[in-house]
Design a protein around this ligand. Structure first.
Ligand SMILES: *Cc1c(COP(=O)(O)O)cnc(C)c1O
Length: 456
């Protein structure tokens, strides 16, 4: 049997893929990616694909970047991994210092872990324990506020603050209690309200919930500016700032989950910068290691950190850690990535791509099955609908988003939708002409699939 076919057989026999209905996957002959070059992926049959979603939102400078590859190799020649439990390592120290310099002022301490979900778990546990141990009116607060449609990862704590029924409903009885506020987005609003009235309601709900429950609330958890997995929902200006002001007023911690939006994707290094917000806890993962290795960090303030200080016998220690916490290879990759942000002016590239995307997306806003086009920085969601005027979704059985993915794949582009929201997530360092190619192919694919569905 040829090697590619053998691998396919073994893939179907042995591998259980994440977020994947395996029964459908078996028939699909998904590419098996063997190598990559810059912004292209190469499969076992030698086909090349443009990586249109940054390998699930984490790649930053492209693949096989000489500077990052070299940094990892140099670290490998010293040591691949040693524990941060009671020991330290140069890359983890240097990276912590670099991160503190780059995040909003006030965040001074870095707690490492290895994925977005763990970065959020860490933040939730720190917030809970902080209130028990803080100097001023300590107490038990076991309620968290989250947004409708929120996504913070797939471990039980991060699922508890999640709001996507398709992913989360099955686990409800396992989860801790939260209060949900409505996400401030107004594509579809309750009958009888204008978009403006509904957004005002969303702003008001933040205050109502905090006023009513603040003595039980440990923290307010938010994806700043853009709710990614919900379908690239872009919040109106001022919402994040509003949440920061109210959480501060009511003595509730603010956890900013920048796992998706961090490292340039919204046009600034971190999304919080755009509203001049400093959260109490900042969660970073995905782009932190340029999409090379599993690495995450939860940053916090002196005030929170100091609540955990005391004699070892006092029990104030934060008893949390993962075996690969602060992995040296991951930290070396992250350091090299931050250097490239400076050397290659990656944020300037993001802003150029942001403008180009806005112009290109304008071409499709009037298309009959494009319900809404959402963009912040270089994060894009194109919602496909059956009826544009009524905003009626397609029947789920048509899997329209998935059909567009397959059509794009036939044209040499890898994307992955969120339901019927087609996602474009070019890497921050992707050159302009490849962003154009991504648009060309995705627009053609949308046209092919939606006009086919019309004919049916
Ligand atoms: C992807 C994502 C996570 C989870 O990150 P993992 O590394 O997959 O655990 C958490 N929060 C947000 C906002 C994300 O987009």
């Amino acid at each position: 049997m040829p090697r590619a076919a053998q691998l396919r057989q073994w893939d179907n026999q042995f591998v259980w893929h994440p977020f994947t209905q395996m029964q459908a996957y078996w028939d699909e002959e998904a590419p098996i990616i063997e190598s990559a070059e810059g912004f292209f992926l190469v499969d076992t049959e030698g086909r090349r694909y443009l990586d249109g979603i940054s390998s699930l939102w984490c790649n930053v400078h492209g693949h096989r970047v000489p500077e990052i590859d070299r940094a990892i190799r140099e670290q490998l020649e010293r040591v691949a991994h040693t524990t941060l439990l009671g020991l330290s390592s140069p890359p983890s120290i240097e990276l912590a210092r670099e991160l503190v310099h780059r995040v909003p002022d006030g965040l001074t301490k870095v707690f490492y872990s290895d994925s977005g979900a763990t970065a959020v778990e860490v933040a939730l546990k720190i917030a809970y324990q902080y209130h028990l141990q803080k100097e001023n009116r300590p107490g038990r607060r076991d309620l968290f506020v989250s947004l409708s449609g929120a996504y913070h990862g797939d471990t039980i704590g991060s699922v508890s603050v999640g709001g996507i029924d398709l992913f989360h409903a099955a686990y409800r009885s396992l989860l801790f209690e939260t209060v949900q506020v409505p996400a401030p987005v107004a594509y579809r609003v309750p009958k009888g309200l204008t978009a403006q009235q509904y957004l005002q309601h969303c702003f008001d709900e933040v205050e109502r919930v905090l006023a009513e429950h603040h003595e039980q609330i440990a923290a307010f958890v938010i994806e700043p500016l853009v709710q990614g997995a919900a379908g690239m929902l872009v919040h109106p200006p001022g919402y994040l700032r509003h949440v920061r002001e109210l959480t501060r007023r009511y003595g509730v911690l603010l956890i900013a989950d920048e796992v998706a939006v961090g490292f340039g994707r919204t046009g600034t290094m971190f999304a919080c910068e755009q509203e001049d917000v400093c959260p109490d806890l900042l969660c970073l993962a995905k782009g932190i290691s340029a999409g090379y290795l599993p690495l995450a960090a939860t940053l916090t303030t002196d005030e929170v950190f100091e609540a955990f200080l005391g004699d070892p016998a006092e029990g104030k220690t934060f008893y949390h850690g993962h075996t690969y916490t602060g992995n040296a290879l991951g930290c070396a990759a992250a350091l090299a990535s931050l250097r490239l942000f400076d050397e290659n002016s990656v944020l300037d590239n993001v802003r150029a791509n942001e403008k180009r995307l806005a112009r290109r997306l304008n071409e499709i806003v009037d298309w009959p099955h494009v319900g809404e086009v959402r963009q912040k920085g270089i994060m894009v969601g194109i919602e496909l609908v059956e009826d544009k005027a009524q905003k009626t979704p397609y029947p789920a059985t048509l899997r329209m988003g998935h059909q567009v993915t397959l059509a794009a794949r036939r044209r040499g582009v890898i994307i992955r939708p969120l339901g019927d929201v087609v996602v474009l997530m070019p890497a921050p360092a992707m050159p302009l002409e490849l962003v154009d190619r991504l648009c060309d192919v995705v627009f053609e694919s949308i046209d092919e699939v939606t006009s086919g569905a019309r004919a049916r």
